[in-house]
Write a protein that binds this ligand. Structure first.
Ligand SMILES: [Ca+2]
Ligand SMILES: [Ca+2]
Ligand SMILES: [Ca+2]
Length: 209
């Protein structure tokens, strides 16, 4: 987007509606189901509606394996660690890397207890922490967090982290909207400028003839 705006600025056509209303527009939502047969891998790759997603494990002490089960994805750091994304010992996180710019719509968590919170980082920036909806004493509930429509939800890299000792969760589903590049306004403005230029040329030729 910055690139397109920069080009528009060079052409001196910044004050057109195509730029002020925003060139990036959200499309319809795409849902990634993350659960599956039991497996432990460095990363898991998903593809839905032309969007590729790679999920890997991160922690304060370096990369960690991702454990997949029917209830979703967690992070496992070896003997003594639990299978959830947890904040006991080195804080852990699940990193979602998309091959398109997307905005978060919702995330569905499992293994949710009363005191489970998650912390979100987008493209490496700390966004905030929130209580995961639901939660029970047995740590077996699930809940879906709906993100507000906002610029801070947009990016290609998202980390869902557990930063407190009592936080642990798995992620079962993530829903995103692809942020599509809509080049039409700039292209049309460009063509308009060219057409206006040609018309002007024609006129001045006529006048001189
Ligand atoms: Ca863990
Ligand atoms: Ca907590
Ligand atoms: Ca939990």
């Amino acid at each position: 987007m910055k690139n397109l705006i920069a080009k528009a600025a060079i052409a001196g056509i910044v004050a057109t509606t195509g730029v002020t209303t925003g060139i990036l527009e959200p499309a319809q939502a795409t849902t990634f189901g993350l659960g599956g047969s039991l497996a432990l891998e460095e990363s898991f790759t998903y593809e839905e509606e032309g969007i590729e997603l790679i999920v890997s494990g991160v922690s304060e002490s370096g990369p960690r394996d991702v454990v997949r089960s029917g209830v979703g994805l967690g992070v496992y750091g070896g003997f003594g660690d639990n299978f959830e994304v947890d904040g006991k010992g080195p804080n852990e996180g699940l990193k979602f890397l998309f091959d398109h710019t997307v905005s978060l719509v919702s995330a569905t968590f499992t293994k949710v207890g009363f005191n489970d919170d998650f912390t979100l980082f987008v493209d490496g920036n700390f966004i905030g922490s929130a209580d995961i909806p639901g939660g029970n004493f047995f740590d077996t509930d699930f809940g879906t967090f709906k993100f507000p429509a906002a610029d801070f939800n947009e990016g290609t890299s998202f980390i869902f982290a557990a930063l407190d000792k009592n936080d642990d969760f798995k992620l079962k589903r993530i829903k995103v909207e692809k942020v599509v590049d809509v080049p039409e306004p700039t292209v049309m403005i460009g063509l308009g400028v060219v057409a206006a230029g040609l018309l002007a040329q024609k006129r001045s030729r006529k006048e001189t003839a």
